[in-house]
Design a protein around this ligand. Structure first.
Ligand code: NAD
Length: 455
């Protein structure tokens, strides 16, 4: 007999409500089993949420900023108290190991903490006598109903980038989280109510394109914040702007790590293991590409990575001591496997092949072992496209200039990390020598990476 799955609804006007005739399953990626049924909001349901946010706006914008900020302070405490429950929800739907879920939640809590400083941030400026008897001032005004559309890979953190700051500034909000792992997002919104957020200030609608399109077209929505893949970011940006909204849309990435000949290889390898395989590579700031300057650096970094990969424990994110869990869904697993097949076809050397991995007792889980390619070349699909899985490629170049030119030419806006002794020296210089800290017993730097973020 078929069992009935628990239904995941929407949170509108402070109440869990059903809405929409379509639904889809939410899977546990470690088992491959559907565990919940998610209702997909139709246009009418999203409009109900927008109406609730619109109705809550006048009183909320007139609530003193300090009182709004207090709610954020209360929420921070509640999130800390409910961390275990929230991390279990994230891991059950996303698949990441519990320590990664906790890391994500902590980054999210930091955003709530920052939003609690909103009264200070909302202070305007006043300039007297900018012209004869003319004063000038600026102030921050809430916009009204704002909306957020978020990706699967950080179901707690990315929504917390958006709505706490928006509501602390006096806006109201309609959030459309990822349909793949919506439960922790919804639970956090319930905790916000418990923290003192009035009903209607934050509404959550679960759904897909229909829900998103309703938010993009409705004239009551004044601003939209999006995080997700590049093609959808482009769509959100153009559609939102077409409808006169303020839009910020953050897309995908392909980040490079340059390993210089003088780098501390042990440090580089240890940082790369976390950056490439942490959260199964499903992070916009993951490092999927190493650009090794010189064959000696390439050979050393590959040897080090092979040794560390052999020690990795891959299994369900809830199990003790796991380094990596499954990918989020079966289609995503197939997509990432497809990239590995493609890399082999294109002539890159597959040094570590994770495709044969089996996890005892989890035959239907969406597991892929860590994969490592050598001799990746620009122009290969695995070099150009965002894979978003545990696949690391090494590109060999001869000079730092060649490495920089490659990174600059890549179509994605990237975060770049350079492993070099010189970078460590530069950091030590700016942190300590430049600010006169030498002689104040500053410890010598542990070899750390030198990060620069550019596009
Ligand atoms: P996605 O683009 O598939 O989905 C993001 C959101 O858009 C979801 O809420 C989804 O329901 C909605 N959506 C999907 N298709 C849509 C359509 N056709 N029309 C309207 N809405 C649609 O992204 P994802 O797979 O959930 O997340 C992974 C992506 O997010 C990666 O590309 C990653 O790099 C990116 N990301 C970027 C950042 C950043 O800061 N730049 C941070 C995290 C994730």
């Amino acid at each position: 007999m078929a069992t009935t799955l628990p239904t995941v609804k929407h949170l509108i006007d402070g109440q869990q409500v059903a809405g929409g005739t379509r639904s889809q399953d939410v899977f546990n990626p470690a088992t491959g089993q559907a565990e919940k049924r998610l209702l997909l909001a139709d246009k009418a349901t999203v409009e109900l949420a927008i109406a609730s946010a619109q109705a809550a706006f006048p009183a909320w914008r007139n609530t003193p900023p300090l009182k709004r900020a207090r709610v954020m302070g209360n929420l921070k405490v509640l999130l800390e108290q409910h961390a275990d429950e929230l991390c279990a929800m994230i891991t059950a739907e996303h698949g990441k190991v519990l320590s990664d879920s906790l890391g994500e939640l902590q980054r999210g809590i930091e955003n709530v903490e920052y939003a609690s400083y909103a009264p200070e941030l909302l202070k305007g400026e006043h300039s007297k006598n900018v012209g004869p008897a003319i004063d000038s001032w600026s102030e921050f005004q809430a916009l009204g109903v704002t909306a957020g559309i978020t990706p699967f890979n950080f179901p707690a953190m990315v929504p917390l980038w958006m709505w706490p700051m928006a509501v602390a500034c006096g806006n109201t909000f309609v959030l459309k989280p990822s349909e793949r792992d919506p439960t922790s997002t919804l639970r956090i919104a319930e905790l916000a109510l418990e923290a003192g957020l009035p009903p209607g200030v934050l509404n959550v609608v679960n759904g897909d394109k229909e829900a998103v399109d309703t938010l993009l077209c409705d004239p009551r929505v004044k601003a939209v914040s999006f995080v997700g893949s590049t093609p959808i970011a482009e769509y959100i940006y153009s559609e939102g702007c077409k409808h006169g909204k303020r839009v910020q849309a953050l897309g995908g990435a392909k980040n490079h790590a340059v390993v210089m000949p003088d780098a501390d290889i042990g440090n580089a390898v240890s940082a790369l293991m976390g950056a490439a395989y942490g959260s199964c590579g499903e992070r916009c700031m993951a490092i999927p590409l190493v650009v090794a300057v010189g064959d000696a650096a390439a050979d050393a970094v590959i040897a080090g990575l092979k040794t560390e990969i052999a020690k990795m424990k891959v299994g369900p994110g809830t199990a003790h001591g796991m380094d990596m869990g499954p990918l989020v869904t079966k289609p995503h697993l197939e997509k990432v496997r497809g990239y590995v097949d493609q890399g082999v076809k294109e002539g890159a050397t597959l040094v570590v092949d994770g495709r044969g991995l089996t996890v005892a007792g989890h035959a239907d889980g969406y597991f892929l072992g860590p994969c490592l390619f050598d001799n990746v070349k620009p122009g290969m699909v695995i070099y150009q496209e965002e894979i978003f899985g545990p696949v690391l490629g090494v590109v060999r170049v001869k000079t730092l200039q060649e490495a920089m030119d490659l990174i600059d030419a890549h179509e994605y806006g990237n975060g770049t990390c350079i492993f070099t002794r010189d970078g460590e020296a530069a950091r030590y210089f700016t942190d300590n020598i430049l600010v006169g800290m030498v002689g104040v017993n500053v410890p010598l730097p542990v070899p750390v990476a030198y990060h620069s973020f550019g596009g």
